[in-house]
Design a protein around this ligand. Structure first.
Ligand SMILES: NC(=O)c1ccc[n+]([C@@H]2O[C@H](COP(=O)([O-])OP(=O)(O)OC[C@H]3O[C@@H](n4cnc5c(N)ncnc54)[C@H](OP(=O)(O)O)[C@@H]3O)[C@@H](O)[C@H]2O)c1
Length: 216
């Protein structure tokens, strides 16, 4: 696949690197051309350029910028992004006295705001749950199973593309509904990060239904 990236930071580098290793053609688009060139060279991308170049490249476009900047970029490049699959990996978080909180209030999502800002684009929420470092692992495996990557969106073709992309990374696609559920993925990230910061493990709070004893 051809994948354009907007952003040159941690997620652009690690996800972009994982996609290059998986055999995809990646172009890094950054507002700082020097940073874009450095990130592209670091991950072995086919090229680099401006955010406009990243938006115009490929079947998929990753928006890897701070959450509060993402809807604005979607609006700015809405015409170019029309018909493309746009991956939103952002987490709209802010530290408060009561811990990490959503900046959206949880009633909407950054993914929804991006979709409203770029009505022709097919926005998919994905890759927002794991720390950047996970994507540096050649084939992420945990407790004997490949890492599952949840994603949600409304366009069936885009969901198929995401599933193929995730599979190419050695991970398991986990489609989890339409874009209206993106707010849940964002809230899940905030919840999980808070739990990890407290020193606990989220997975111990979620036994599988198969492990639950039958009630008499
Ligand atoms: N890091 C993680 O572990 C992680 C995990 C899951 C999700 N996320 C989410 O992924 C997104 C990116 O995180 P990150 O860790 O990669 O951040 P980062 O390392 O700080 O990189 C952010 C990138 O966004 C660019 N940027 C900022 N504002 C911009 C704008 N208005 N227009 C164009 N580019 C802009 C920055 O460019 P400049 O260098 O020019 O400022 C930089 O290249 C965030 O929304 C974050 O919540 C991060």
């Amino acid at each position: 696949m051809r994948i354009g990236i907007l952003g040159t930071g941690a997620m652009a580098t690690t996800l972009g690197g994982a996609w290059v290793r998986a055999g995809h053609d990646v172009l890094v688009g950054g507002r700082d051309r020097t940073a874009a060139a450095a990130t592209a060279a670091r991950i072995g991308a086919v090229g680099h350029g401006t955010p406009a170049d990243g938006a115009a490249y490929g079947d998929l476009v990753l928006i890897a910028v701070p959450a509060d900047a993402a809807p604005g970029l979607a609006k700015e490049f809405g015409g170019t992004l029309a018909g493309r699959t746009v991956i939103d990996c952002t987490n709209p978080v802010v530290p408060t006295d009561d811990g990490l909180m959503l900046t959206t209030g949880g009633t909407t999502s950054i993914a929804r705001r991006m979709a409203e800002a770029a009505p022709g684009a097919h926005v998919v929420k994905a890759f927002n749950l794991c720390h950047e470092s996970i994507w540096t692992l050649p084939r992420p495996m945990f407790e004997g199973a490949p890492l599952a990557v949840p994603f949600c969106g409304d366009d069936p073709g885009s969901l198929d593309l995401l599933a193929g992309l995730v599979t190419s990374m050695g991970c398991t696609p986990m489609p989890c509904g339409g874009l209206s559920r993106a707010a849940y993925l964002e809230a899940t990230a905030v919840f999980a990060i808070g739990v990890w910061w407290s020193g606990a493990e989220t997975r111990f709070a979620f036994p599988t239904p198969a492990e639950a004893p039958r009630t008499p």
